[in-house]
Design a protein around this ligand. Structure first.
Ligand code: AMP
Ligand code: MG
Length: 419
């Protein structure tokens, strides 16, 4: 049996990442690819744009005709996107052209319709000086046939979906998602659909953890509640180990009824750590059996969620082929002092507010007990108090790891020059 491991958060994360396998590859329809990671590079199958085209609705002109403003030209043709120009533009001539339409031979610039004035007959006056190349998008300026449009490992954002459609990929090769099982353990737990009993503790960890998994685009399997009884627990764990990743909460500490770690070891799981110098979340374990990962998470509701954020989230993202594994953090000014005893990295649940100077201010959500699940529901982020720190003063700068939803701003409209 593994001895007590007093790792820092960073050391434990590194150990997790050393043991995460890269998920295999599958093909999915383009419409289902959002958020997935490309397993191979994708190349352009034509030049984009396919020809020199107009960037504006206006007139295709010869810049040599327009050295000064006020030239009058004769319109010889109307060209729309998808048309093939029929005529060449000669001196004193121009063609009416729509955005995306091919520029006819002879023309070397486009003038916006707003910069012209229609005259009688087929004539138009050009009101501005024009240079060669103005408002023309060159053939292949976005992509050349055969270019890498998206590299392997690219996360498929809405922009990438647009590119995939533009290079005609109706099906996309992506990294598969892990199969994740969620198990709760504890005799005291009352299932969501069980009759109300005021003496019992409602099972919340499993549901919060499943929501954290779903937020990463993975549909987990819920295994339910295992009692604190070694054989029953082993049966549940065995089922859980059929998945790529098993999350067990509760029973992972050193209490008389905490059977999770010995039960895992009895099933052939190798434990790589079971204590991390963090608060909340001290008793958290990583185990592996073959390519399967098991996280034994603390029972306390906040601890299990915070440990998910630090260890499970980067593991699941690494499996899916992401290169950005961690939550983004921001620097915020503390609205008040934060007490801290050196030793463990602390994650303080905070709300964030943007101040008049444009900077972010962090305020504690209040009571920071690891049983106070409401603090997780209220938090915009987790303020990181480094292990060696002996407290932070009001007004000090601190790192805040953003939680779901904190990537969005409270504002009524877009402000061009925010302070
Ligand atoms: P344990 O690690 O099993 O000693 O659990 C620590 C605390 O977390 C105890 O107060 C448990 O009742 C509570 N707890 C454990 N599992 C859950 C759960 N699934 N939902 C809510 N609370 C839990
Ligand atoms: Mg328990």
């Amino acid at each position: 049996m593994i001895g007590k491991t007093n790792l820092s958060v960073g050391e434990a994360q590194a150990r997790v990442l050393r043991h995460v396998p890269l998920g295999g590859v599958e093909e999915v329809p383009l419409e289902c690819s959002l958020g997935r990671v490309l397993a191979g590079e994708v190349r352009a199958n034509r030049d984009l744009p396919p020809r020199d085209v107009s960037a504006m609705d206006g007139f295709a002109v010869r810049s040599a005709d327009l050295a000064g403003a006020g030239a009058v030209l004769t319109v010889i043709e109307d060209i729309r996107a998808g048309d093939r120009p029929q005529r060449s533009v000669a001196g004193g001539q121009c063609a009416r052209i729509m955005t995306g339409a091919p520029v006819p031979s002879g023309a070397d610039a486009v003038v916006r319709v707003e910069d012209t004035r229609a005259l009688s007959g087929d004539r138009v006056e050009i009101l501005v000086p024009v240079k060669a190349g103005d408002d023309i998008r060159l053939r292949g300026e976005t992509l050349r046939n055969g270019d890498v449009a998206l590299a392997a490992g690219t996360e498929i954002t809405p922009g990438a979906v647009g590119v995939l459609a533009a290079v005609k990929r109706a099906r996309v090769l992506v990294r598969r998602r892990p199969r994740v099982a969620v198990l709760s353990s504890g005799d005291e737990l009352e299932a969501l659909d069980a009759p109300f009993d005021p003496e019992r503790i409602p099972e919340s960890n499993g549901h919060a953890l499943m929501a954290q998994v779903r937020a990463l685009g993975i549909e987990p399997a819920y295994l339910g509640i295992a009692r604190d009884e070694p054989e029953e627990l082993a049966a549940y764990l065995r089922r859980g180990l059929e998945h790529d990743v098993l999350l067990v909460s509760g029973g992972s500490s050193v209490g008389t009824h905490d059977h999770v770690r010995p039960a895992l070891e009895a099933l052939g799981v190798t434990l790589h750590f079971w204590c991390v110098e963090m608060k909340p979340g001290h008793p958290v374990a990583l185990g592996t059996r073959d390519e399967r990962l098991v996280f034994a998470l603390p029972g306390n509701p906040v601890s299990s969620m915070v440990c998910f954020e630090q260890f499970v989230l980067p593991a699941l993202r690494a499996f899916m082929g992401h290169s950005r594994l961690f939550r983004r953090d921001v620097t915020a000014t503390l609205a008040h002092a934060v007490k801290h005893k050196p030793g463990r990295t602390e994650f303080v649940r905070v709300t964030l507010r943007r101040g008049a100077d444009g900077g972010l201010t962090a305020s504690s959500t209040g009571m920071q007990s690891s049983g106070n699940l409401c603090s997780m529901a209220q938090a915009d982020g987790l303020l990181i108090v480094p292990a060696d720190c002996d407290g932070l003063a009001a007004g000090a700068a601190a790192r805040v790891q953003l939680l779901d939803g904190a990537g969005f701003e409270v504002a009524s409209v877009f402000a061009e020059n925010a302070p």
